[in-house]
Design a protein around this ligand. Structure first.
Ligand code: SME
Length: 158
């Protein structure tokens, strides 16, 4: 497990790299795929890293977007699982132990803890959630929340 200061430094470097690589790229899929890739390979503890998009054709439903990891479920209704809870609340959700989260959706049984961060566009519309899973219990804390919120804020709220 990384120390708090090592984690802060890793996130700071990744935030700079993600902003630099995606600068000037207007395509949302490209920005999401690049962000998922750089975050995923930036941390050993990240088992699954990716986006679920708010489906414009289906009310209150998420559909899987760009990700790194084993196969994720394709659709998650708002209010279901950790992703659906974060989408409904429009707030970051940290789950230290997925087995104690009622309704957790186990796409990969290796996943033990999870963080889901809402992604907004410039008009504050919810457009997606960023989901990161770990094979380690209690992998995520307020440092992850702060940086992941900042990274998706800078990349997608412009
Ligand atoms: N565990 C998530 C579902 C998505 S996968 O982990 C990729 C959830 O409960 O929302």
């Amino acid at each position: 497990m990384l120390s708090a200061s090592a984690k802060e430094q890793r996130y700071a470097a990744l935030a700079t790299e993600i902003a630099a690589v995606t600068a000037g790229e207007g395509n949302l899929t490209s920005r999401m795929a690049t962000t998922a890739c750089l975050l995923h390979f930036g941390f050993d503890a990240f088992l699954w890293t990716g986006f679920y998009l708010v489906d414009p054709d289906k009310e209150n439903e998420l559909v899987v977007g760009p990700y790194q990891g084993t196969m994720g479920c394709l659709r998650i209704p708002f209010g279901q699982g950790v992703c659906g809870a974060a989408a409904e609340a429009r707030k970051t959700v940290i789950v230290a132990d997925v087995e104690s989260f009622p309704g957790h959706i186990a796409c990969d049984t290796a996943s033990k803890s999870e963080i889901v961060v809402p992604v907004f566009d410039a008009e504050k519309n919810l457009i997606a959630v960023l989901d990161v899973d770990s094979a380690v219990v209690s992998a995520f804390d307020e440092i992850d929340a702060k940086w992941l919120e900042e990274i998706v804020g800078e990349i997608f709220s412009v």
